[in-house]
Ligand binder design. Structure first.
Ligand SMILES: Cc1cc2c(cc1C)N(C[C@H](O)[C@H](O)[C@H](O)COP(=O)(O)O)c1[nH]c(=O)[nH]c(=O)c1N2
Length: 314
């Protein structure tokens, strides 16, 4: 597989943004900035050249991929290649996804939109294809109020765990949107689904939990592409969450998510903007061949490429 080595370019999506803002300004519940989809086209036909796009493709044009798609073998995807616009849209979803707490609108989420987002979550990778997740869709104000009450208790406890100097900052952070968002979704993990022996979990037992987190991330990114905000709330007592949602003992709650349309998406993580923590420079997190390994010439080239890679500015 190959990957772009320079900054993904933001596609021209002003129509979608305008539609979204029209909606949010008016407070109407009909149009949620769903832009018309460009037809799928083969990368070699639709994508600008590497020089035009500021991107370098290597493996996408491999003869193997071309002959495979030409042969229309039903075992393989008939149109496996992303063109530049599709690739940029994926990166845009990744880079503009935010943890949303304070900007939720009460507008209802159409069933077909929620269905797409949940289907995306259900198509996450999972160890041994275990699909250990369930999704508790919470709309009831009463149930959400119980969870919110537990959040307030846990939040007060959490405050005391931080150094005195940080407590006031912590106290003033908005860290949930349980009642403001119209839908909450709890993603769980059934650790015994399909029996005790699972391909890929035989030696590292937490793989089922990691799989459920993959579903969370799929949901989060799909929601962003639907112009929906998601906020993960983990300042909760697990037992209180279980009781409020009636989750059986053998099922593990993984993520409690607030979901809804939003007034705005923050440009940066709110914790970064609040001065809580900064994004760690990626090169500081790279290791080469071993944890202790220093970059060789190829490593230095990768670090240079990272320095030139900028998330789309929106
Ligand atoms: C496992 C886990 C648990 C939580 C979070 C995330 C994850 C991955 N985050 C969101 C977190 O603060 C946020 O992702 C980071 O601050 C980065 O911001 P963006 O997500 O990029 O906007 C989160 N946010 C919040 O307001 N309350 C919370 O309890 C939690 N809990």
């Amino acid at each position: 597989m190959s990957s772009p080595t320079q900054a993904p370019r933001a596609p021209a999506r002003d129509d979608a943004r305008a539609a979204n803002h029209d909606h949010t300004d008016a407070g109407a519940s009909s149009a949620h900035g769903v832009a018309a989809q460009a037809p799928l086209e083969h990368a070699s036909a639709a994508a600008p050249s590497g020089a035009e796009a500021g991107l370098v493709f290597t493996g996408y044009d491999s003869p193997a991929a071309a002959s495979r798609s030409a042969a229309a073998d039903p075992r393989f995807q008939s149109d496996p290649l992303f063109d530049a616009a599709e690739r940029d849209a994926v990166y845009r979803a990744i880079h503009t996804r935010r943890d949303v707490r304070g900007e939720f609108l009460p507008d209802a989420i159409p069933d077909e939109v929620l269905a797409r987002v949940l289907t995306a979550a259900h198509h996450a990778p999972s160890v041994g294809f275990m699909q250990p997740w369930d999704f508790v869709v919470v709309r009831s104000r009463e149930v959400r109020a119980k969870i919110h009450a537990d959040f307030l208790a846990a939040h007060a406890e959490a405050e005391q765990m931080f150094d005195e100097g940080k407590r006031e900052t912590y106290r003033n952070l908005k860290l949930e949107g349980i009642l403001e968002s119209p839908v909450n979704i709890c993603i769980t993990c059934d650790r015994s689904r399909h029996g005790p022996v699972v391909i890929g979990r035989t030696h590292i037992g937490a793989m089922d939990v990691y799989s459920a987190v993959c579903a969370v991330q799929n949901l989060w990114l799909a929601a962003r592409a639907e112009n929906l905000g998601v906020g993960w709330v983990s300042i909760l007592h697990p037992q209180a969450l279980r009781e409020a949602l009636g989750i059986p003992r053998e099922i593990v709650p993984i993520a409690y998510l607030c979901v809804g349309y939003v007034r705005d998406f923050h440009a940066r993580p709110e914790l970064e903007a609040a001065g809580w923590l900064k994004r760690v420079p990626l090169p500081e997190l790279l290791h080469f061949d071993t944890w202790q390994g220093r970059p060789d010439a190829a490593g230095e080239r990768l670090i240079d490429a990272i320095a030139q890679t900028r998330p789309p500015a929106r």
